[in-house]
Design a protein around this ligand. Structure first.
Ligand SMILES: Cc1ncc(COP(=O)(O)O)c(C=O)c1O
Length: 382
């Protein structure tokens, strides 16, 4: 099987990730007292925060709190800011993990929302965000990299504009973490949500939220912390304030191994290799008149892109790729419903292809030839 659905969940994982999780699951984790195993577990948890702080440029690793993924992190950021009575600016390129918490709060009369439209390639000029803000805007929530087109936004400039207008900036880095350079401190981001199972090579069910010094959030959950048990309220301090309950140790260890893999292999090398593959797909498919590609050459992450074939709905293309060529892509709306209209792909969506560092050049050739074959087949049928 040729797997080109890494923007959903990366596959395969590096062998070191599989080994680390297997090793973790092969040993007891004891919670009743401090033990050697538990200390070792705690070391990996810290080492994982340290690796993430290097990759995302977060000065203090303890300002990275673990969650079950971007969805939980975004819920914590959006709901934790206590935005009742305020106005929030977001964008048309957001995933439902941003849109649904915001829309739910709007439904209950808690907030009002402005959605900034994108252009036909899913790009948003930073000043458009400023134009949507008003004196009551308390938060701006933006996707760093579109999971549909791979378009990346200028987060540094958006942060400057958000702060100039007195708002907190929440960034969804689900697609960019591990794939596109991120400078949490340098760009002056307030809250950055990431997920572990995509380009960070972890398993499903692990992710986190980077929290800038001074940003106060109400926790989504409170409960046991394994320490300070005599205190009846959630103990203060990062990360414990936001990490109630038994940690997802296998998940964190997978993320430690995944980030270790990226740091050892070299982020730039991984980024360059993936970009090369995506550029090849875009360049070669651009020459097929029946293929319409949606991407922004000036602002692309080159980690994924999407397209349609004239006269076919995306599901048909996905089905033919799977059944005739054993190639797996993602089709449809990609959980980002508001980007469909500006891209002019309503209501069917697109076909998305996203390779990984483990995808070979031959697999990319096979994919390109498969698309050409499908185009020829459709022409012949007509
Ligand atoms: C842009 C974007 N935001 C948020 C998410 C949600 O991530 P998770 O399901 O890991 O919580 C995804 C996952 O597809 C995504 O692509």
């Amino acid at each position: 099987m040729i797997y080109l659905n890494n923007a959903a969940t990366s596959y395969p994982k590096p062998q070191s990730v599989i080994n680390a999780v297997t090793e973790c699951l092969s040993r007891p984790l004891l919670h009743s007292s401090r033990t050697g195993f538990e200390r070792e577990r705690d070391d990996y948890i810290y080492l994982c925060r340290e690796n993430l702080s290097k990759l995302l440029n977060v000065k203090d690793p303890l300002h990275i709190v673990f969650s079950s993924g971007s969805t939980e992190s975004l819920n914590l950021a959006i709901k934790g800011l206590q935005l009742k009575g305020s106005h929030v600016v977001t964008t048309a390129i957001e995933h439902n993990s941003v849109l649904r918490p915001l829309k739910t709060m709007e439904l209950y009369g808690e907030i009002s929302i402005s959605v900034v439209m994108c252009d036909e390639n899913a790009y948003i000029e930073p000043e458009w965000i400023g134009e949507a803000m008003n004196s009551n805007t308390k938060a701006v929530v933006v996707n760093h990299c579109s999971n549909v087109t791979g378009t990346i936004l200028d987060i540094k400039e958006i942060a400057r504009i958000a702060h100039q207008n007195g708002a907190v900036l929440i960034v969804d880095a689900s697609q960019s973490a591990g794939s596109v350079p991120i400078d949490f401190d340098g760009w002056d981001i307030d809250l950055l949500a990431f997920t572990g199972h995509k380009s960070l090579y972890g398993i499903q069910g692990i992710g986190g939220l980077c929290i800038k010094d001074g940003i106060e959030l109400k926790p989504l959950k409170v409960g046991g912390t394994g320490i300070l048990s005599e205190v009846l309220l959630q103990p203060d301090g990062l990360p414990i304030y936001y990490e109630a309950g038994t940690p997802n140790t296998p998940g964190i260890i997978s993320l430690w191994a995944g980030t270790e893999f990226i740091l050892n292999e070299g982020f730039e090398k991984i980024h360059a290799y993936k970009s090369k593959l995506v550029k090849k797909m875009i360049n070669e498919l651009s020459e097929v008149p029946e293929v319409k590609i949606y991407y922004d050459p000036e602002h692309s992450s080159y980690s994924n892109f999407c397209f349609n074939i004239d006269g076919m709905v995306p599901e048909e293309v996905g089905y033919m790729l799977d059944s005739s060529f054993d190639i797996m892509v993602r089709t449809g709306l990609h959980c980002a419903p508001l980007v469909l209209e500006p891209l002019n792909v309503f209501p069917w969506g697109t076909v998305r292809a996203s390779p990984s560092y483990f995808t070979t050049a031959e697999e990319i050739d096979t994919f390109i030839n498969a698309i050409k074959d499908i185009v020829n087949f459709i022409k012949y049928k007509k």
